[in-house]
Design a protein around this ligand. Structure first.
Ligand SMILES: Cc1cc2nc3c(=O)[nH]c(=O)nc-3n(C[C@H](O)[C@H](O)[C@H](O)COP(=O)(O)O)c2cc1C
Length: 167
């Protein structure tokens, strides 16, 4: 990324389905003094309250959730295929145990004190609007059995995209 060059999301063509499901993304949380990153492949982009928004689904057990609940700002970053192993690592280890930026060979950069990897080809800076815990009473039994056998429930975070940059 090197220099964060803001641009309008409406100026590019982007398929949110392949972006999340195939490329995967990094959710980077915290600030210059304490930060973390984790891989996601479930999420979305859309419009709500006249704002451009992103949504992500984070399970209770993730260290990332502690950051998302205690602060409002985070980033969603997409990286080229050559960083697949880095994304695998960030989706397998917890920031509770390791500095994932360092272990994955990613360079932490900050914009408005929000962390993101310098290696990203697209960065969305996000400001949390609402956090919706997807509790058991909201989930159909079939989905409960399939995705939540261990009761590690998701919280949906809906966030305004406040700035974006692409390489
Ligand atoms: C491809 C891939 C996609 C993932 N998607 C999600 C997701 O959407 N939500 C989630 O809670 N965990 C997801 N995970 C698991 C987290 O990335 C993983 O548990 C990570 O170690 C959590 O890190 P943390 O404890 O530092 O927050 C995914 C993992 C991989 C490899």
């Amino acid at each position: 990324m090197h220099t964060f060059q803001p641009f309008k999301l409406t100026d590019i063509d982007l398929n949110p389905f392949t972006k999340f499901n195939n490329e995967w993304a990094l959710i980077s949380t915290g600030n210059k003094s304490k930060y973390n990153t984790m891989t996601v492949s479930w999420g979305g982009l859309g419009v709500f309250w006249h704002k451009q928004v992103a949504m992500i689904f984070i399970r209770e057990s993730r260290y990332t959730k502690e950051f998302l609940d205690s602060g409002d700002l985070f980033s969603i970053s997409f990286l080229d295929e050559e960083y697949r192993d880095a994304l695998k690592l960030c989706g397998a280890k917890s920031g509770r145990d390791v500095d994932k930026f360092a272990e994955a060979g990613l360079t932490p950069c900050f914009r408005h004190n929000i962390p993101y990897p310098d290696e990203a080809n697209l960065v969305l800076l996000c400001n949390k609007l609402i956090a919706v815990p997807l509790t058991e009473d909201l989930i159909p039994k079939k989905a409960m059995d399939k995705f939540y056998a261990d009761k590690d429930m998701h919280t949906m975070y809906l966030a305004e995209i406040i700035e974006s940059a692409a390489r």
